[in-house]
Design a protein around this ligand. Structure first.
Ligand SMILES: [Cu+2]
Length: 666
């Protein structure tokens, strides 16, 4: 029995036959799942192409809190935002927007994303700092080393159009490589208008405009691997209909350098350093109109370093690692026609010093164990804020007079046992304790503001300097059965979270304050599939999660922004050079809504999508499809309210979309 921890499980592109040779679109890799090749393999997907976060809709337990076309906040089993550790090319990417307009998954456009890896179940402590809600990894495309002697070139080009927002994209990646060296360069452009909902109405503002650029160099020889990579994102006018303002620009880059050496006999050493600098402008009067003009300019500068040492210890591998991570945030607000300026976040700093050890190995032929522990020291501080607004004077003075320096000690422990009952049936049981230190917004929102990490509930929030860190106790139980033709995999989880941070009503109307509460989340995910008659396969999954406040005054108090019961089924016909699929997506009513922010209930819905792809000649692939074939108007429970106002109702989902893509890989 082989325990296979890292497996390509969904290939967004391609029937597995074609995949190895021409992998041109992102793969989703689910770590910690058993190998189920081909399940949910689909054709190039234009709406998926816009945004890497869209791919999460296909990951069991995962979903997206969508505040705009490029603003998709990852959600996993009802936890989202800062609770999920997302690394981009190895770096813990920081948002420049205090309202998460640029979540980490938006930095690399989908056409330049090589892989999105989602850690299934309990995230190992080695997967990063603050993994209370899970861990995800985005890797950009970096070209390939040459197979043979001499200099080779490789790369990909791709073009796409989607009708629903008159959107188009183009991407080009080229690499010059030998067996030891590669030099690569890529660029992409995406642009679209406000998307259409049923009956030619438009959802405003949902236009988007993003240019991205990457360059880098890689070296591999004998035991050495070295890489240096730069990725730059320039997002222009892009709507965020669920937030009070829109993106005017998000600009900036991520520099990453890494080195690994294989010392032989299982001893390995890896190191990495990164630096990030982003600038951002948002306002409420360019893509929409407002009673009073408001704009915000924000900055983030961040960086970090990682060291990891791996060595063989008793039928397995022991890893020791250090992670250092630092970020600085600034924000200025401009209000009115003759703008007055508020220095809203001044010299905010969040530093994390962390080390861990983890053992991954086998206790016997049929029992595998992953055991890890991590300690993190988090330090936050904020400079003095300033505001000429009379109504903010008391808040400003109180904040400036307070001791704003805070530190937190976090301990993560995770233990996962995998037991192979037979070559077809495996069980997993996991236990963990995880901490999360508060974000700078949760501590330092010194007066009420909507810039609360993308919560998009129509309320304004205040921070609390006395917040404690969250402590989660997690339990996981899973089974996976499979044979050559079919698979079936149910999973159950339960999380109890002490000091869970959530807004709670204050004396002021429509103002919430971040508060430590007690919460629990539990749920199931079931996946299954079967292939039949040689070319046909059927795959389906079902996801359910419930989140509840345990110390509420009322009996029934649910957590905010929890996806309703949902599922997906796909029938696929696959040949070596073409495939077609019909896909059904279903979301139930969501009646289990949060009371503290009067979350609106949503109606359930079903969607039908058709997809096809055809390989014209070697490496040249056409993809086409129709999404929301019946052109129905639906509301995503995780989609927020129009213009950050509950009385406007929810942001509507896209109407019928016809898309076509053309990709060439060489
Ligand atoms: Cu913003």
């Amino acid at each position: 029995m082989k325990f296979n921890k890292q497996i390509i499980y969904l290939n967004i592109l391609i029937p597995s036959v074609l995949l190895a040779e021409h992998q041109e679109l992102p793969s989703i890799i689910i770590e910690g799942s058993y190998d189920r090749p081909g399940s949910f393999s689909i054709t190039p997907d234009s709406s998926g192409l816009k945004d890497t976060a869209s791919l999460l809709g296909r990951v069991p337990g995962a979903d997206v809190n969508r505040n705009g076309p490029l603003t998709g906040i990852a959600s996993y089993r009802g936890l989202y935002g800062n609770r999920i550790n997302i690394t981009v090319d190895g770096a813990n990417m920081k948002e420049v927007g205090p309202n998460s307009m640029d979540p980490p998954l938006s930095h690399i456009p989908a056409p330049l994303t090589g892989a999105l890896k989602v850690q299934r179940g309990i995230a190992p402590v080695s997967s990063g700092i603050d993994t209370i809600g899970g861990a995800m990894v985005v890797e950009s495309r970096k070209g390939e080393f040459a197979d043979g002697e001499g200099v080779e070139t490789n790369g990909m080009a791709s073009l796409g159009y989607s009708s629903v927002e008159d959107g188009h994209y183009g991407v080009l990646l080229g690499a010059v490589a030998t067996q030891d060296h590669k030099l690569y360069l890529s660029g992409s452009k995406e642009k679209g208008r406000d998307y259409r909902i049923k009956n030619n109405q438009k959802q405003v503002p949902t236009q988007y405009d993003r240019d991205a650029f990457t360059a880098g160099y890689g070296y591999q020889r004998d035991a050495h691997e070295f890489g240096i990579n730069f990725s730059h994102n320039d997002t222009g006018h892009t709507g965020t209909p669920a937030l009070p303002m829109d993106i005017i620009y998000v600009r900036g880059g991520l520099y990453d350098v890494n080195y690994a050496i294989d010392l032989g006999e299982g001893y390995k050493f890896k190191t990495r350093a990164f630096y990030q600098s982003m600038r951002h402008w948002m306002d409420n009067n360019t893509l929409r109109s407002a009673m009073m003009n408001m704009a915000m300019r924000t900055e983030v500068d961040g960086g970090g370093a990682d060291l990891a040492f791996h060595m063989p210890v008793y039928n397995g591998e022991l890893s020791l690692g250090i992670n250092l991570d630092q970020s600085n945030h600034e924000a200025n607000i401009f209000m009115g026609a003759m703008p007055i300026e508020i220095n809203f976040f001044n010299n905010v700093e969040r530093d994390r010093y962390s080390f861990y050890t983890e053992w991954n190995g086998r206790l016997s032929e049929s029992v595998a164990l992953e055991l890890g522990a991590r300690y993190t020291h988090t330090v936050l501080d904020s400079g003095l804020v300033s505001s000429p607004v009379a109504g903010q004077a008391a808040d400003r003075n109180a904040f400036n007079a307070a001791d704003r320096n805070r530190d937190f000690n976090d301990v993560d422990i995770a233990a996962v046992v995998r037991y192979a009952y037979s070559s077809n049936l495996e069980f997993e049981i996991g236990l963990a304790r995880k901490n999360r230190a508060p974000t700078y917004q949760e501590l330092y929102l010194w007066t009420n503001s909507a810039a609360a990490g993308g919560l998009a509930d129509g309320f304004t929030y205040r921070g609390d300097l006395d917040l404690k860190n969250e402590t989660a106790y997690q339990f996981e139980l899973g089974a996976e059965w499979h044979n050559g033709q079919a698979y079936f995999a149910p999973r159950f989880f339960y999380h109890y979270i002490d000091d869970y941070i959530q807004g709670m009503p204050t004396a002021a109307a429509n103002v919430l304050q971040f508060t430590n509460i007690e919460a629990q989340l539990f749920g199931v995910e079931i996946e299954g599939g079967i292939s039949f008659c040689e070319n046909w396969r059927f795959d389906a999954n079902l996801n359910y999660v419930r989140g509840m406040q345990l110390d509420s005054d009322t009996d029934d108090e649910d957590l905010y922004r929890i996806a309703p019961l949902n599922g997906r089924a796909q029938l696929t016909y696959e040949r070596s050079d073409w495939m077609g699929a019909i896909e059904g997506v279903f979301y139930a009513d969501q009646g289990d809504v949060a009371g503290y922010n009067d979350e609106l209930k949503t109606k359930g819905y079903m969607l039908m999508n058709l997809r096809g792809r055809y390989e014209l000649v070697d490496g040249l692939v056409v993809g086409t499809g129709i999404e929301n074939v019946l052109d129905e108007k639906h509301f995503n429970h995780l989609g927020g309210y129009q213009l950050h106002n509950r009385t406007n109702g929810r942001v509507a989902m896209q109407g019928r979309n016809i898309y076509a893509t053309l990709g060439y890989t060489w």
